[in-house]
Write a protein that binds this ligand. Structure first.
Ligand code: TMP
Length: 222
């Protein structure tokens, strides 16, 4: 049985990943493809605990290295429990954030650099690479405005429970945004950059186009 395709969605907070992942999953299901959806941090029992610690604004003074280690602990569990078994069973896996998020947020935002993130990815994640990464990245001003709007909503809905990253300053988000652009420029074969202030429908269309292309290659390999 051919391994399923591993597709990740990336972008700043408020980039619309969650909406797009749902629409993509529905599109794939309509075509009779088996699909599993997950997200990071979270998506497993252990991961949900880790997510709660990481996003809770009452978790103060978290050292950047500790934050990164928790992201990788979450990821190791998700790979073992959800991602690898699904791929091995021929299921398509759609994952809301993966190691590019750690490179952008901890490597870029927290200024730990890319090298340590990529090295940990090799050691902890067996260097598992997505077949396709859809990076939703409008210009910085638009990205920031959306992130702030989304943060206000999150704060109203969850109070302190998911607000820790939302409290970061604009320069933190600028470093994250810039690191994402670096990743897109480096990994051109894997990352499809979806830029511009597009409508939800336009983004969906671009996503479907990129996925359809990969599915053709996937069918040829099968
Ligand atoms: P989410 O709300 O898109 O699920 O993301 C949760 C937050 O966690 C978001 O602000 C980005 C952050 N994050 C990291 O800083 N590093 C990571 O490796 C991941 C997966 C998420």
């Amino acid at each position: 049985m051919p391994r399923g395709l591993f597709i990740t969605l990336e972008g700043l907070d408020g980039s619309g990943k969650t909406t797009q992942i749902k629409r993509l999953a529905a599109w794939m299901s309509r075509r009779g493809l088996p699909v599993a959806q997950t997200r990071q941090p979270g998506g497993t029992g252990l991961g949900d605990h880790i997510r709660a610690i990481l996003l809770d604004s009452r978790s103060t003074d978290v050292a950047p290295m500790a934050e990164m280690a928790l992201m990788f602990a979450d990821r190791a569990q998700a790979i073992a429990e959800v991602i690898r078994p699904a791929l091995d069973a021929g299921t398509m896996v759609l994952c809301d954030r993966f190691t590019d998020s750690t490179e952008a947020y901890q490597g870029g935002g927290r200024q730990l650099g890319s090298e340590v993130v990529l090295e940990l990815h090799r050691l902890i994640c067996g260097n598992l690479q997505p077949d396709l990464t859809l990076l939703l990245l409008p210009g910085f001003e638009v990205s920031l405005a959306r992130a702030r709007r989304r943060n206000d909503r999150v704060e109203q809905q969850t109070g302190a429970s998911e607000g820790r990253f939302e409290q970061e300053q604009d320069d933190f988000y600028h470093r994250v945004w810039q690191k994402y652009r670096e990743i897109a420029a480096r990994d051109t074969g894997r990352v499809v950059l979806i830029e511009g202030d597009l409508t939800i429908d336009d983004v969906h269309e671009q996503i479907v186009e990129a996925v359809a292309e990969r599915l053709v290659l996937f069918d040829q390999k099968a």
